[in-house]
Structures are given as C-alpha cells and as structure tokens.
Design a protein around this ligand. Structure first.
Ligand code: F6R
Length: 604
C-alpha cells in the first residue's frame, strides 16, 4: 500500500518529509520519492529501494510532497516511483490508489502531444492538470476537473510551481490532514505526523483540500466549500501505525472489506470478468483439460476452496497440491494442463520449485500473488495480483480472502471463455461477488459476539474445526489460524470424516467449531452436531443470519452476513480469524510475530 505525506509550514520540508515518510514504513514499499517547491521550479528526487540510510539532496523548501510506492502498475524502477511530473515539470503528483481508465486517458493525452516516461496509471494525472492549466483554468479548477475525469480510487497530493499551496484530493483511498501551529500536514494516515500534531481533519470521498498556512476543504465535483470538524487523535505513535488497532493482524482482519473492494476494482465490467493479465492467453486456455493448483499453508486452503468453485463453474477436473509434495513426485503435467500457483509473498521456496517443475513440463502457469515483482510473479507466464496491500501480521488473513476472490474471478473468466455455464448463472455470481465487500463489513461488524466466545473458551487446550463442501477448507484454515497464533492444539477436518475416528477425542475439553451455514449439507451438519453433543461435547457454530434452529441447537453462535452458497467461505472464515485472534490476545501471545514462524518461507 503506498504511503503519502505532504507538508506546508515553517520547517524545511526537504529534511522533514523523509522522516515523516519513514513512519509509514509499516505499509510496505519498494521505492520512494519527493518533490519540493524550489522557486522558480519544483525539485524532485526518486529512488527504487528503501529509505534506509537515505539523506535528501533536495534544496531547502517550506512546501513539499513525498511518496512510498507499493507497485501495482509497472515494475519497481526509479521512473515508476512517484512523484510524476507534467511535460514541462511544473506539476508534481503523488498518488495512492488505482486509476481504472488510465489507458484511455493516456492514449488521449499522447494524441495531444503529452510524453510519458513511466508505466504507471498515476502519470496521467499531472498531464491532465497541465492540459487544463493550458486552457486557462486555475490550479484548483484544473485539479477539480481532473478528479472528476478519473475512474477508480485515489488519494492525491499535487504541487504546482506557480503556487505556494499544495492540493490534496481523495476518492476511495485514505487521506488525513494534520493541523499544526504554523504548519499543516497531509498524509495517508496520522502516523506520518503524529509527533507534530494530534489535531486532524479526515477527508471524505470527493473532497479536495487546499493547504498552505490555512486549510480549505471543498467538494471537488460541486466546488462547494465545506465546514470540516477538527478531531483529536487519542492514540500514541505506536498505536497510530496500526490505525489504533492493537495488532497488525486485527487491523488486517478489519481491512478485508477494503482489500476485497480493491481486488475487485475494474475487474468486472458489463457483467463480465476483465483480466488484462490474461491477455493473449485465451487460445491456450480454451485447450486446457485440467487445472492443478499448487500452494502451501493458507494459500493451499484458498486453492482447496477454489477446487469446489472451479469444478462447479468451469466443469474441468481440478487438483489441489501441496507445492512441497508436487515438486518431489513425478506429476502428470502436460501442455493441456493449467497450473495455478498461489502465494501471498511470491517467494515461498517450495511453491517456486513447483512452478519451475510445471513450466518444465510444458504447462501454462498463472500465479496469484500479493507482492509485485516477487520471484513467483516474475517467473510465471501471467500473474494476477491480489491487491490486498502489504500483509504484516505473520498469520495470513486479507491475503487469503483476496486470493479466493481472484480464484473466483479466474473461474468465471474460464467459464465464460469455454462457455461451460449459462450466462445468467455467471451474472448472478458476479453480482453477489460485487456485494462481498459490504457483506464482509457486516460480518466483521459482529466481532463482539466472537470476543464473548473467546472470553469463555480461551483456556480449552484443544479444538476441533469441522465443515463440509467449500467450508471444509475453511475448517482447516480456522484450525491453522488458532494453532499458529495461540499455540493451542487444533485440528480441522470434514465434518463427515469425524465419525471415522476423531469423534473418539470428544470430551468437555475439546470444543467442536462447526462451519454450519445453510447449504446443501446443512441437514448432515445438524446430524454431526447431535453426534458431538451426545458425547458430551460443546458446539460453537458459524451460522447463517438469523438461523434460529442453529441457535437452539448449539452452545454458541457466530453469525455471518447473507450471500450465495458458493461465496460463503469468503465470510465464514472471518469469525474464525477473529476467534483465533481474540483467544491468542487473551493468552498474551506475540500475535504479529508468532514463535517459530516467518512471513516468507524461503527455505525448503
Ligand atoms: C498462515 C500462513 C502460511 C502461508 C504459507 C505460504 O497464516 O501465512 O501458511 O500461507 O507459508 O505462504 P505464501 O502464500 O507466501 O506462499
């Protein structure tokens, strides 16, 4: 996730901005840059890599903007780093978000003679402003019109060499103004400036702020001036990094609605899935007769859920393999086989080795990664990014749900390509998928019900997680989350398998956590629940909204929001992530850095 900071005040922006930008380190980045007002020009400095040891070569200035980039469009290079400039160097822009209509805009601007130097979506912005200024518009008018012409999401900071103000604008990406004494800040979050001021104005969507000695906020579509409230931040600097959450994991759990939104952005148009990442692959994809998904850990669980979705929608056999096993077998793979490699980090050693094995055998390899430019992304034939933003907590949460969304999009793309499903069914799934960010929000909004359960059961040394169909892998994922962050013993399995052995474990110290939502196995699950209760076990259920029958049958219920059967795993996993988190927190575990675990497993 990119981070942006702007400054206007009495201090030297060239010295101050690098230290403010370092405070946004936790957001993750691969390159950075600055622009400062250096009358009569704008001075710019950009670098690929990290800020460690960086000292600015910029001239002294009272006004500047800065950016850390988490690459989404274009590789990690100095040219792609922000700020981006207009042709004449008079406008500098830093941007966080994704501009969906950038390719149309870029073509139009090129025809008007604008020259582009980067591969980014963001670079259209300074050129659009430059074009409008050339038509005689004022700086503010030019920014307003530009904002109105952009589709997608943005948080922008803009400098104009002719003006001693900076302009900020927001649609869909966060931006907050820090109101200080004789100085003002604008940043992606308060962490960047909290040591200087705790008085803030949160910008809302479609708002623009003109920042110099004063702050003026207006709606950029109507130009109407707005009377914004100044709020006081109560957090300290460390809490601010986590936006007030106690741990990154909790922040990332609650970020899932936003991550899902970003993951879907621009990928559904006119009732169809649009994946430019697969451009030129359609002929090959039409010939495939089998899909193999390879991954490790949580990413493997995403693959297991996708097996149900893909087989139902695409009608081709789907196998899901541990990358570590796939690479050491002699897997039957040929050029009619599509191999999908799933990896949050894009660096997992076993997954990378499996990818190389699949390529060697002639398969088309598509990867689903969260880290741009990672080795797996570079070595795959095509990569589709999750766009979840950096995941800092070691336990994967938002990467998992966005992997599932991408896998669902790929399933729908293939279904459309090989006409394996009626169009109406695809449309029904697509419209439900577009509602998922809201449904996720409704589900995490019920976190208190999960906290109450955690408070009751945190001392139990064991837990069994049970589910059926696409919720069987969610049971595995729920158990993994509890194990890795609370160090409690948990096992996940198909609820149907329980009677083949594990039921012997049931006693009052082994709560059984059922994913028991309304689907085609609902009645079978109810029968499994009775079997547990008959043996003195306690049942906690993840249930459909207002399922009174379930409420009457089990000790505890965690409700999810309503969605179609195929997409329920995107919601049922949320209370299980929260349950693991709250239990680990009560047990005072080191949640973001659990013992013995690493975020990226680059060894075999
Ligand atoms: C669990 C977790 C791990 C990873 C696994 C694969 O919360 O994060 O199980 O899913 O190590 O990592 P990636 O997806 O980076 O290949």
């Amino acid at each position: 996730m990119c981070g942006i900071v702007g400054y206007s005040g009495e201090k030297n922006a060239s010295e101050l901005l690098p230290s403010c930008l370092r405070k946004l380190d936790y957001r993750g980045y691969d390159s950075f840059g600055f622009a400062v007002q250096a009358n009569p020009t704008i001075a710019v400095e950009k670098h690929a890599g990290r800020l460690d040891g960086f000292t600015s070569q910029l001239p002294e200035s009272k006004l500047g903007i800065a950016h850390t980039r988490w690459a989404t469009h274009g590789s990690v290079t100095e040219k792609n780093a922000h700020p981006h400039m207009s042709c004449d160097g008079s406008i500098a822009v830093v941007h966080n978000g994704i501009i969906e209509n950038y390719s149309e805009l870029r073509e139009q601007l090129k025809q008007q003679g604008h020259k582009f130097v980067s591969e980014t979506d963001s670079e259209v912005i300074p050129h659009l402003i430059e074009g409008l200024l050339a038509q005689g518009k004022s700086f503010e008018e030019a920014v307003r019109e530009t904002c109105d012409s952009l589709q997608g999401t943005f948080a922008l900071l803009i400098l104009n060499k002719e003006s001693n103000k900076l302009v900020a604008a927001r649609k869909g990406s966060p931006l907050v103004i820090g109101v200080g004494k004789n100085e003002n800040f604008v940043a992606s979050d308060v962490t960047a400036f909290i040591e200087f001021t705790k008085d803030v104005i949160f910008l809302d969507d479609n708002e623009l702020a003109i920042v110099d000695g004063n702050v003026e906020v207006q709606n950029f579509s109507t130009g109407k001036k707005l009377d914004k409230k100044v709020s006081k931040i109560e957090w300290d600097a460390e809490q601010a990094e986590k936006s007030g959450y106690k741990h990154f994991m909790l922040k990332e759990i609650f970020e899932q609605p936003e991550a899902a939104q970003k993951c879907l952005q621009g990928r559904i148009k006119d009732g169809k899935v649009v994946l430019p990442e697969l451009e030129g692959r359609d002929e090959k994809l039409k010939e495939i007769n089998r899909v193999i998904i390879v991954a490790c850990g949580t990413s493997w669980h995403a693959g297991l859920v996708a097996e149900y979705i893909m087989e139902e929608l695409v009608g081709l056999p789907v196998e899901v393999e541990y990358a570590s096993e796939f690479r050491y077998r002699n897997p039957i793979v040929d050029d009619k086989c599509l191999v999908i490699v799933v990896s949050q980090s894009g660096e997992t050693a076993d997954t990378l080795a499996a990818l190389r094995e699949a390529k060697k055998k002639g398969a088309l390899v598509i990867s689903i990664c969260n880290v741009m430019g990672s080795t797996i992304a570079r070595e795959s034939h095509s990569t589709i990014y999750n766009r979840a933003g950096p995941e800092i907590g070691v336990a994967s949460t938002k990467a998992f749900t966005t992997q599932l969304i991408v896998l669902t999009l790929v399933s729908l793309y293939l279904a459309d390509l090989i006409k394996s499903n009626p169009l109406e069914k695809q449309r029904e799934i697509l419209s439900a998928l577009q509602e998922i960010p809201d449904k996720m929000q409704q589900t995490v909004d019920e976190s208190n019900q999960v906290l109450a359960i955690a408070k009751k059961y945190w001392e139990k040394p064991n837990a069994l997680y049970l589910g059926r169909g696409p919720n069987f892998p969610i049971a595995l994922e729920g158990a993994l989350k509890l194990k890795e962050i609370s160090y409690l013993h948990a096992e996940g399995m198909s609820a149907a398998e329980m009677k083949h052995g594990p039921i012997a474990l049931i006693d009052s110290d082994m709560p059984a956590i059922f994913v028991a939502v309304k689907d085609k196995t609902y009645n079978k699950i109810l029968a499994n629940i009775e079997e547990i209760k008959a043996r003195g076990g306690t049942v906690i259920a993840v249930a459909s909204p207002a399922d009174k029958e379930m409420e009457g049958n089990v000790a505890e219920v965690m409700h999810i929001a309503k969605t179609i059967e195929l997409l329920q795993p995107l919601l049922t996993v949320l209370p299980l992530q929260l349950l693991a988190y709250y239990i680990a927190d009560i047990r005072e575990c080191d949640i973001d850095k659990p013992r013995n675990l690493a975020k990226s497993v680059t060894v075999e």
